[in-house]
Structure formats: C-alpha cells, structure tokens
Design a protein around this ligand. Sequence first.
Ligand code: NAG
Length: 970
Amino acid sequence: MRSSTLTWASSLCLLSALTSLTSPVLAVKEHDFKKCDQSGFCKRNRAYADSAAATGSSWTSPYNILPESASIKDGQFQAVILKTINDKGETVRLPITVSFTQAGVARVTVDEERRQNKDIELRHNSAARKERYNEAEKLVIVGGLELDKTAKAVGEDSTSSTTVQYGPDGQFEAYIQYSPFSVEFKRDGATEIKFNDRGLLNMEHWRPKVDAPEPKEGEEAVSPPAEEATWWEETFGGNTDTKPRGPESIGLDISFVGYNHVFGIPSHAGPLSLKETRGGDGNYNEPYRMYNLDVFEYILDSPMTLYGSIPFMQAHRQDSTVGVFWLNAAETWVDITKQKIKGNPLALGAGATTNTNTHWISESGLLDVFVFLGPTTQDILQKYGELTGYTALPQESAIGYHQCRWNYVSDDDVKDVDRKMDKYGIPYDVIWLDIEYTNEKKYFTWDADKFSDPSGMGERLDEHGRKLVVIIDPHIKNAPDYDVVSQLKSKDFGVKNKDGGIFDGWCWPGSSHWIDAFNPKAVDWWKSLFKYDAFKGTAENTFIWNDMNEPSVFNGPETTMPKDNLHHGGWEHRDVHNLNGMTFHNATHLALLSRKTGELRRPFVLTRAFFAGSQRLGAMWTGDNQASWDHLAASIPMLLSQGIAGFPFSGADVGGFFGNPDKELQTRWFQAGAFYPFFRGHAHIDSRRREPYLAGEPYTTIITSALRLRYSLLPAYYTAFHRAHVAGEPIIKPLFYTHPNAEAGFAIDDQFFVGNTGLLVKPVLEEGKDTADMFIPDHEVYYDYFDYSVVPTQAGKRTNMPAPLDTIPLLMRGGHIFPRRDQPRRSSQLMKYDDYTLVVTLPREGGHAEGSLYVDDGDSFDYEKGQYIHQAFVLDGNTITSSSAELERDASKVKAGAWLSAMADVHVDKIVVVGAPSEWAGQTEVSVTSGGKTWTAPIDYTPASGGRAAFAVIRHVGTAVGSDWEVTVV
Ligand SMILES: *[C@@H]1O[C@H](CO)[C@@H](O)[C@H](O)[C@H]1NC(C)=O
C-alpha cells in the first residue's frame, strides 16, 4: 500500500489528504527524493570519476597493495592496500581479502584498519559503533562460502601482481595487480570483469573532524572546500543528518569487457536491459539508486529508487553471462556507461562489440563484492542462491489469485465478496485486509464494530479452502492504552534516535515507534504477538502482509528514518537501511512459523521492502502503481528483473493501485496478471470497487477465463516454483535467459517464457490493440495455446498475432511437456486431488519432448521428508514415459503419509499431443504400462487442417501421477 510524503499534523489531516487523492494526474514529487548531487557521497564519488576521466591516461589510482603483505593460503588471498591520502605520502591501511569459493565464486572484501588514534576516536561523539558495518553477511549469506583450498597462485613469482587460478577445472583466474591496485577476472584466459580499471576505487577513510580556526578580528571565516561541505552534516528537505563518523563512502568501477547488456539491480521502474546513466540520447542523467523508499506515485522509465533493493547485476553477451553481487546495505548508486570497442572485437567472442562500465557507490560499510563468471545466467543464479538462499517453496494457495483492496470494510463485506466470487464462478484463494481492519491502526487488534467475528469470517473462508491475509506494519502506535507499544517501550525493543532515546515518527497511526528487528530479542517478542491466543481472531488460515517496512516514516527525510538513528549493536540506520525491511519480514516469517507448537503450515508473508535474501521469506510486490496502461506495461520488465535477481516470487497490483482502470485496462491487466508469479488485485481506498464480477459482460467472463487459465496452469507454476526453490530459476524468464545467443531478444522485456513449459506469453499492454507482435527467438515450431494453430514464425523476427480483447497471445514452443489441471474449481485447495492433463508439444524435428511435474501437499513441510511427487516426462517417437525426475531418489522407499497415500488415486487422466505425428492417424488405442501391468486407453487423432496442427488426445490414461509409466501409441 501507499503513503504520502506529507507531514501529518493529525490523523484528521491525514484523512482529508487521502480523500483529496483523486486527481487523475499523478506524479511523484521528484524533488522529495534525492538526486545524486543532493547526496553528498554520491556527488563526491561522481566528481572523483569526472576528474579521473578528465585527467585521462595520466590518472593514477592512489591505492597500492603493499607487496610484502600479500599471501595466499587455503583459498584466500590477503594483503594490505595502502591508500595515499595527501601530498606528504601519508597512507591509511585497508586490509583486502580475495576469497575463492568451492562453487567458483570470487569475493573481494576491503575493510579499513581500526586505528588507535585519539583524533579518530574523538569525533565519535555519539553512541554509534566505531567500525565499518560488517554484519550484512550475517543476515544475507546462508551458505556457499566454503573456500576452494585448491585455488592457487600461478605464473612467475612476482612482487607486482598475483594470479590466482580457481573454479571448476581451474577455468577461472583472478589477476591481482598491486600498483595501482586492480583485479581482472578471466574465464578460459579471456578477461570478463575488471575492478578499478578506470581508477575509481575510493574508500573515504576515517579522519578527525578539524574545526575551522576562529576567524581573527576583521577577517572573514574560511569556509571548508566545497567537497567537504557534506562530510560532517548534510541537510535535505529540512532534515539534517548529523554524521558522527564523518565521510566513509566506498566507490569502485566494475567493467564488463565485451558486454553490451547489463540486467538486474531491482527495483526500478525501467527497462530490463539497464540504460546508460550519464546523459546522452535516450539515456538517464542520474545513476540507478538503491535506497528502499516509499516512493509515492512513482514515475516510470526512471533510475529512481523504489521500495526494495537487490545489488546484484548480470552482464550478458552472446552465450556468456557474468555477474557481480555488491553486498552493501547502505544507500547505493550505480552509474552505467557503454563504450564501443575499437579494434577487433571478434577476439572477445561473438557479439562482443561493447564494454559496459559501471561505477558503484555506497555511503558506508565494507567494500564486499562477489564475482560470478558464468557462463550461463542459470549458473550464476544457482550460485547466487547458494549464497543468499533460494525462494521459499510457497503454499500452493499463495500462487493462486489474491483479492485485495484498501479496504474490505467489515466481516460482512468479506463474506459478501466471497459469496459473489462463488456465484460468478470466479476462482480465488486469498482475501486481504488492509489497515482499516484494526482498532485505530493498532496492529494485533480488530475494529470490533466492523469485524465483530473475525474467527467466524476465517472459518467461512476455510469452507472453500480459502485464506485471509491481514496487514501488520512495523510502526507501532504510540498510544497510552496500547499494550503492544507499552511492551515495546518497556522491553527497549524500539529503534533509537541519534541520542539513544526511542525514535518517534509519524505513520498511519500518527505518532509511532518502530520495532528494531535487528535485535534477536525483539524478534522473539514479535513472535509472541502472533500466537493464536495473543492475536485473537486469527487462525491457521490467516497470513500476513508487511507493508511500509522500508521503513516509511511520513515526517522523516525522504519519507524514511533519519540515517543517524541507531539499531541493535550500535549501528547507524545509514549502515543497515536496505536491510531493515528484510529483518522485519524475517521476524514476521519466523512468527508465523511459531504460532503454535509444531506449526505445520508454511508461512506466507508479503513484503514491500526487500534486499538480497528476502526471497527466503515470502513474496514481494512492486508497490503503489497506477491504473494506467504504462504502469501495466512497466510491470513486466520489473517482474522479469526480480526473477533474474534471485527474487522471482513477485507481482504488481492488478488493475493498478491508484485510480480507476477502465474495463479494457482491467481486463488486459488480469490477462497479464494471470502470468505474474504473485497474482493479486489491489486498489486504493478512493478507487471504485472493482471485484471481477463487477466488470459486467463481456469483461467478467473474459477475466474469469484468465483466472481459470491460471488455475489450470497451477501445476506448471508450482513446478516452476520448485525450480526456483532448488536452483534459483526465475518463474517467468526473459529471452536472454532462455535464448542466450539470440542477440535481438536480449533487450526484449514485454514477453517471457513460463518456467520450463515452453509457454511463451506476450500480454497485451496497450489500449485498443487487437494484435500482438510476438518476437520468436528460434527456429522451433510454435503452436497457439488455444487453437493449436501453427504460428507462422521466423527465428529472430516478430510474428503478428490476433489478440482481440478475449485473447491472450500465448504460444507453446515445440518440444515441451507441461502439466495442467483442467477442472475449474473455487480455489486451489479444492483442486488438490484432481486428475492431471499433460500437454505435449511436438518439436519441428526429432519427435522428442520433455517436461516435469513437481507436486507436494502445497501446505506443510512434509516435502522435506520426501512427501512429494517429482516426475520427468519424455516423449520419444511413439512413446511417452514418466519416471522419477531425481536419479538418486527411490520414491518407493518413501513411506507415504496421508497426502501421498491419497495421491495414489490421482491420475494422469488425459494426454494432449499437439503436432501429433501423422503415423498416429487411425489409431484408436494406446498401450499403457505401469507397475508391471499393461492396459489400453483410447486415443483420438485429429488431422491437421487449415493452419491447425494435427493433435491427438489420449483419455483415461489411468496411471497414478506419482508412478512410473509408459504410453506407447503405435
Ligand atoms: C532472522 O531472525 C533470526 C532470529 O533473530 C536471526 O537469527 C536471523 O539472522 C534473522 N535474519 C534476517 C534476514 O533478519
């Protein structure tokens, strides 16, 4: 949900401000958010880059490794970098570690040596911790750090550089040059990534604050040099940031050699392929910013920051992807420029015509960068996932449709919506309550007049397997009669202000305090608040939405907390800002896991703010978008970016949060949303009611069929989520991921593949359109999903397809097999024991197709104990087989629990073979073999006609979905 940048004087004022929010012309108040030159450290680092560029080849980076300090042992290179800080040659010592992991990831960490210098100590005139923030690893990294002890220095002994060979088969090399310091990362001998090649490494070292001398009689005071003006204090929008530690920023240039596309670093409302940021035609003038903020009515095609940040970037060229993960939770900016390669680019590999140069700038903390050398996007995502964790396997209902609005006003209202969805045959799984369900914005309470019987409401929803999500935010109302805030205060679990008192700010409830979820004791306390006997009215089908956790503070700088606020351990908010939302999300996630002893259900928690690692905890959405066509269009690249940044469980508010979509827009949005990994309709309090049944005909019917399409594809989506859970795969995949050598597709971000199904979707994103130009990345055959027509395509070209309002441009690529459940029902839970349909698409040549199904109870953690079905399907010529998708797994050894036992009666009922070979014509029966038995099943073959492919339907296959079987057609 939303917020505003207004400073609320009272909640009355808040109400009137909200109701005046009906203007159709909505635009972010850009001046409420910093530009680079309004953020002291960004401005200084950009100026540093400019002076380096202006100096040209005579620019020398003042960072040099002290040769005698360098050593390599057990997978780690260690040394001290000396930074020369003045003309007198004085230096500061910056310890550097380059670690090489068993997975072949390199990690460069640079710290600043703590000095026992009285001047340095003196300037810390606050409670702030006197270290560079070094705990991001503790919260973000969950594995993958085991060192590759075989990584070794190669080449001649040298006092000027070290070359380390590492990675699988010693395929990778890090060439560490001492003077000036730089690193080149190579794969198979070719340089892919360079650090400090342009000499922009900048670690603003700690220094004593020197007060300007008192001016003598009759003399003017000397003001400090302009670049020092923001060292010790900085003011923006009337808020002053006292900076007890002074300047501490880090900057580094990272160059991708021969790469012309970079992707990632969400969340930004812009294209998937990131733009250049230093001006020029069609480029941005500002760096991409990552500083989690509640950006009210955000604008599109912009490098402005949004609600969450993942500082993970990939560079791509034909058949090669490399990446970097910048582990820093402070405010971060990234400049991107591209440079045509002079000379013979072919030496760098096919398609290498351009270098992409990036410049990373963070306000404080360690310099800590992970380097991935690919060569595939998937390989990088897998390794990034080993480090930061994979997507939690969601409950199946969490990937169904969610019906939300600000607000369903009473329990009767909720029941009424529930009833009407059923009446119109519209499936949905979860209904949501925004802040108005509470008693005066006091979380963990209910408005007793409007929600007099929350338990009854929950039970009613449960009758059709449905769930309730209620919002719980991190701001705790500062009210005298509110037990939660009394506890927060007495236990000292609140975030502190710079003076060490409890921080007080404004949010929905008015004056509020914020839980400090960096404090493990505060997390324990938070968990206690969600127990069923503490949060009365909630039940096992109640789940949680964490909003405003950037955190949003209406009267704070840029609508967030002052940077000099203090968190657990004495760290400044500045150091941990981008982690803040994740720690709160984490606390809520853990709370749902401990509502009662032996909690059996998986939690579901939606978050607005996020960081690298948040994928372990739940879903995200893209925040407060608008009911406009361009916001619908923007949602696709935003979600694709999330997917390739390791956090694929993502969605955008269907219909648009602010404003009122017309019926065409609403319909098209449902058609697009039906493919979002997280699929939720949501609306602002001032917008008109827009539950799908209100749209009227033909819209309600069209929306309903989009929803039913999603529900029939839930087995395919759930299988894709499993791939995200075990391997970090995106749920919806951009073309550069699926077709890494199809250059013309790299920047395409308005269409995508779903998991490994071969389903290619291009939602209609423009008003009044009744055709779609779908880009076809390869020579494979593509069938229309709905009528099996063979779409006339040309590899690397666009194909124009009809797309009237009732049609979603959706193709099936030849060579795939995907599962469906075709019986429409009210909710996913009611489909749990329905039979399956397999759709097989024949490729252009070779008669081979593949796919898989992963299914478990969709609810508990029993899958961790082997209670799941995971089958691989293969069509080879005239035979279709199902066998275990995991070679090492013997499913027959798993003692079946209740769910798995029940699945013995769930069948693959139907197999549809699109593009069926003509030899199958005239067949009326196929033979089915499973568990040592053989029987026959009927097959109907329909020959090709007009543009439609031949297809065959095998019915009553009768094999248990979890069993191995073989179907032979002829
Ligand atoms: C989540 O909370 C637990 C318990 O306090 C803590 O150990 C863990 O580091 C936290 N993780 C994050 C991401 O905040």
